[in-house]
Design a protein around this ligand. Structure first.
Ligand SMILES: Nc1nc2c(ncn2[C@@H]2O[C@H](COP(=O)(O)OP(=O)(O)OP(=O)(O)O)[C@@H](O)[C@H]2O)c(=O)[nH]1
Ligand SMILES: [Mg+2]
Length: 328
C-alpha cells in the first residue's frame, strides 16, 4: 500500500482502507489475519466495532457438508443470485484439510472465476496453518473484515468432518448443511454434531436418483431430534447447484431465517454465544501460547514434568504451578 515510503501500513490505516471499500486493503488484511500474530490482533482490534451487526443483512451463512457435495458450486450459485438481487457478497472458503497445497481451493477458485470481475463479490480461501485453533481465529477475523468492508452477505464454505468445522460453523448466523442423495454421509454428520446445528438442509445434486428419499430421511431425522431453535421450522430443500435450480428458494430461506433471527431476538442470543465461544477459545490459545513461550515455565517445567513422570508430583499441582509462573 505505502509504496512511496516503503513503510508497513499500520493496522489503523489498513482498517480504514478496508472500511472505505478498498479490495486491495481487504486482501492484505486477509493475509494478516491468516498469518495470525500481533498484526492480526491489532487489525481486528481496530475494526471490530465497525464490523456490522446484521442490518439490513451483514448476515453470515455457513455452508458445510462432506467433500464433493457441491458446496463451492452452491456458494457460487448463491452469490450470483444475491448479486441479481443487488446484495454484496463476501465468500470465505475455509479448508482445514489441506494445510499448504490447497489443491481443493484452487479448484474452487477456478469454479468461482466467473464471479471475479464483479466488485460486489469478494472471494478468499484460507487453509490451516497448523496452529491449534488458528484457523478458527483466522476465519473469525476474515469474517470481521468482510463485514467491516460492508459485505451484506458473507458465505463461509467448509468441509464438515471434524470439531474444527463445527467450531467454524459457530461463527455463522445461519448454517446450511449440504447433503447429496444416498444417506451414508449424513449419518457421519449426525455424529460430528453438524446435523443439529443446521438451520437449513439442502439436498444438492437433486438431478440424481434418490433425492426424494434423502429428503424424507432428513425430515424423519429432524422429527426425531429436538431443534436447537424450537421456533424455527428447519426446511429441507432440493437443489441442483450445477444448473442453479432451487438456488433462489434457498436464498429466500436464508433471508427468512435472517428475518426470523431478528424477529425472535435469537440474533442477539447467537451473537452473544459466538462472542463467548470466540473469547474463551482465544483466551485458551493465548494461555497455551504464553505457556509455550515463557522461558521460566519452559525450563522449570522440564524438571517438574520429570517429577510428575516419577510420581513425585501430582499433575494437578504441576499444572497449577505452571499457571502461577505465567501470572508472576
Ligand atoms: N450432478 C450434479 N453434480 C453437481 C451438482 N453440483 C455440483 N456438482 C458437481 O459435484 C462436484 C463437486 O462440486 P464442488 O462444488 O467442488 O463440491 P465441494 O463440496 O465444494 O467440494 P470440496 O470443496 O472439494 O469438498 C463437481 O464435479 C460439481 O460439478 C449438481 O447439482 N448436480
Ligand atoms: Mg469446495
Amino acid at each position: 500500500l505505502d509504496s512511496k515510503t516503503g513503510l508497513d501500513t499500520s493496522a489503523d490505516e489498513l482498517a480504514s482502507a478496508i472500511r472505505s471499500g478498498s479490495t486491495r486493503a481487504l486482501s492484505r488484511g486477509m493475509s494478516w489475519v491468516e498469518a495470525g500474530g500481533d498484526r492480526a490482533q491489532a487489525l481486528v482490534d481496530s475494526l471490530y466495532s465497525t464490523a456490522g451487526v446484521g442490518e439490513p443483512w451483514a448476515h453470515v451463512v455457513g455452508i458445510t457438508g462432506t467433500a464433493g457435495a457441491g458446496k463451492s458450486t452452491l456458494v457460487a450459485a448463491l452469490a450470483k443470485e444475491a448479486r441479481r438481487r443487488g446484495i454484496s457478497v463476501g465468500i470465505l472458503a475455509v479448508d482445514p484439510s489441506s494445510p499448504f497445497t490447497g489443491g481443493a481451493i484452487l479448484g474452487d477458485r477456478v469454479r468461482m472465476s466467473e464471479l471475479s470481475g464483479d466488485p460486489g463479490v469478494y472471494i478468499r480461501s484460507m487453509a490451516a496453518r497448523g496452529e491449534l485453533g488458528g484457523l478458527c481465529q483466522a476465519a473469525s477475523g476474515g469474517i470481521d473484515l468482510l463485514r467491516a468492508a460492508g459485505k451484506q452477505l458473507v458465505l463461509v464454505e467448509t468441509v464438515g468432518v471434524g470439531q474444527d468445522e463445527v467450531d467454524i460453523m459457530r461463527v455463522a448466523h445461519t448454517t446450511v448443511l449440504v447433503s447429496v442423495p444416498g444417506l451414508g454421509d449424513d449419518v457421519q454428520m449426525l455424529k460430528a454434531g453438524l446435523f443439529e446445528i443446521a438451520d437449513i438442509h439442502v439436498v444438492n445434486k437433486a438431478d440424481r436418483e434418490g433425492a426424494g428419499e434423502t429428503i424424507s430421511q432428513i425430515q424423519a431425522m429432524l422429527a426425531l431430534n429436538a431443534n436447537h431453535d424450537a421456533r424455527w421450522q428447519t426446511p429441507v430443500l432440493p437443489v441442483i447447484a450445477l444448473r442453479g435450480e432451487g438456488v433462489a428458494a434457498l436464498l429466500d430461506a436464508i433471508a427468512a431465517h435472517a428475518q426470523h433471527l431478528r424477529d425472535t431476538g435469537e440474533l442477539g442470543i447467537r451473537e452473544r454465544r459466538m462472542a463467548e465461544a470466540r473469547v474463551i477459545k482465544l483466551a485458551q490459545t493465548m494461555i497455551a501460547d504464553s505457556l509455550r513461550r515463557h522461558p521460566d515455565a519452559q525450563t522449570t517445567s522440564q524438571q517438574d514434568l520429570d517429577r510428575v513422570a516419577r510420581r513425585e508430583l501430582s499433575p494437578y499441582v504441576c499444572a497449577r504451578t505452571l499457571l502461577e509462573r505465567l501470572r508472576a
